[in-house]
Design a protein around this ligand. Structure first.
Ligand code: NAI
Length: 462
């Protein structure tokens, strides 16, 4: 048994970041993680491995579609799926070992095993009970189940199984046109699968700006993804190698089926708090297991905090990281804070999609007067040179004060470009502040400046 200032349960991006920050702030810290490697879903079966496959398959797409036009002649590379999966695993290994190194460097103890909380101030890992002045629950989320669908992670898979299908399926059906469905759907479409995305709503990527939704769908359709919208999946029947997907079209209640070699169920994730014993000690959760938190992420039991996917808010690694750092600061007696109005969202398709702040739909609903500054990547020299002219940057600013209220982008590397606007918003900047900032030429970032100029006297290059 050991005694700590803080024990963090869960070694994902919320938990490990929290543990490192606690240690940096002088607190004796341990992190409980049962997985063989640190990093949680994000590093092991989520963000990082999917980005490796997106990167590799994007290179193939470039070779097949753009190389010849640049004078790079020769047959396009062939896919060695086993090697590609091995590359993905190497990327995971480098990242998870990196976190282990950071734990050692910062003197965070890794308590290996499943953690539970027998009472406030105590954390049980295996047969050992450790003492902790503060406990942070950072146990994350798991794929949500869908009625009528049994996941076997071979033919009917979640995002986890989609990262290591035994072979590239000839036909892949994706249930859910959210972030996971579109990212993994893109990977397999680029690798040659016929991909059909079945979505309950009449549009893709719920919550995103409407114009972005339409543009992204059109772009992905050009890349070969088929969409069946307004379709509620009723069930999936699977054999060892095939699956039959039954869905109902909402507009007329008609029944339909699709056949596939693999089915990806990407219909959301649910908070994972099973087995912690929270209810027994009085930590309030919702019916769906989401831990209820008050100001500064404290639960209904003093000394027990919760962050990341297991509390409310967007299930995003960087939101969890921010909360992890802020709760560490709170525990250390500082003023931890997260600005939930400036949390970017990125979809790593090609082109990428990135958003921060409010959408036009939200501003209209709130009755706020706003102006729109928009600039197409077709007017950006660098994008044209790189066959990346598809997409645009849209900046939303207050009609009177010019304060930036939101940004919505689709285009090359916009997942990186969005942060210029995040910083601007954190500083309460006006569109004119961005417009008057010198941007290096030729870079994609000039499109952001042009969109800011479009909020004022107008862009130069359109
Ligand atoms: P999601 O919530 O983004 O999308 C799920 C989609 O499935 C929705 O569009 C929903 O309408 C649809 N759906 C639900 N039931 C259905 C049914 N019966 N038939 C047809 N469609 C149905 O969830 P997703 O993509 O599984 O992602 C889970 C979480 O992980 C999200 O919070 C997401 O933000 C996060 N994530 C973030 C990434 C990123 O930041 N790039 C990457 C991957 C995941």
């Amino acid at each position: 048994m050991a005694s700590y200032d803080v024990i963090v349960i869960g070694g994902g991006p919320g938990g490990y970041v929290c543990a490192i920050r606690c240690a940096q702030l002088g607190l004796k810290t341990a992190c409980v993680e049962a997985r063989e490697t640190l990093g949680g879903a994000c590093l092991n079966v989520g963000c990082i491995p999917s980005k490796a496959l997106l990167h590799a398959s994007h290179q193939l797409h470039e070779a097949e579609h753009n190389f010849a036009a640049m004078g790079l002649i020769g047959s396009a590379p062939k896919v060695d799926w086993k090697r590609m999966l091995a590359y993905k695993d190497e990327v995971i290994g480098q990242n998870t070992k990196g976190v282990e190194f950071l734990f050692k460097k910062n003197k965070v103890d890794w308590l290996k095993g499943w953690g539970s909380v027998p009472q406030a101030g105590k954390v049980k890992v295996g047969d050992e009970v450790h003492e902790a002045k503060n406990i942070v629950i950072a146990t994350g989320s798991e794929p949500a189940s869908l009625p009528g669908v049994t996941v076997d992670e071979k033919v009917v898979v979640t995002s986890t199984g989609a990262l290591e299908l035994p072979r590239i399926p000839k036909k892949l059906v994706v249930i859910g046109a959210g972030v996971i469905g579109l990212e993994m759907g893109s990977v397999y479409a680029r690798l040659g699968s016929e991909v059909t995305v079945v979505e309950y709503l009449d549009f893709i990527t719920p919550g995103m700006d409407g114009e972005i939704q339409k543009t992204l769908q059109r772009t992905l359709k050009k890349q070969g993804l088929e969409f069946i919208l307004g379709a509620a999946v009723q069930g999936v029947e699977a054999t060892k190698t095939k699956a039959k997907i039954a869905y109902k079209l909402r507009k007329d209640d008609s029944d339909h089926t699709l056949e596939a070699d693999a089915v990806l169920v990407a219909t959301g994730r649910r908070a994972y708090t099973d087995g912690l014993g929270l209810k027994e000690i009085g930590v309030e959760t919702t019916e769906r297991g989401v831990v209820k938190t008050g100001a500064h992420w404290e639960t209904s039991v003093p000394g027990i905090y919760a962050i990341g996917d297991c509390i409310s808010g967007p299930m995003l690694a960087h939101k969890a990281e921010d909360e992890g750092m802020a709760v560490a600061e709170t525990i250390a007696g500082q003023k931890g804070h997260v600005n939930y109005g400036v949390i970017p969202g990125v979809v790593y398709t090609w082109p990428e999609v990135a958003a921060v702040g409010q959408t036009e739909e939200q501003l209209k609903e709130a009755g706020r007067k706003y102006k729109v500054g928009k600039f197409s990547f077709m007017g950006n020299g660098r994008a044209k040179a790189n066959f990346a002219g598809e997409g645009f940057v849209k900046l939303l600013a207050d009609a009177e004060t010019d304060r930036i209220l939101g940004a919505h982008m689709i285009g090359p590397m916009v997942g990186d470009l969005i942060h210029e606007i995040c910083v601007a918003m954190e500083f309460g900047a006006a569109a004119e502040d961005v417009a008057r900032t010198c941007h290096a030429h030729p870079t994609y970032s000039e499109a952001v400046r042009e969109a800011a100029l479009a909020c004022g006297d107008g862009p130069i290059h359109s």
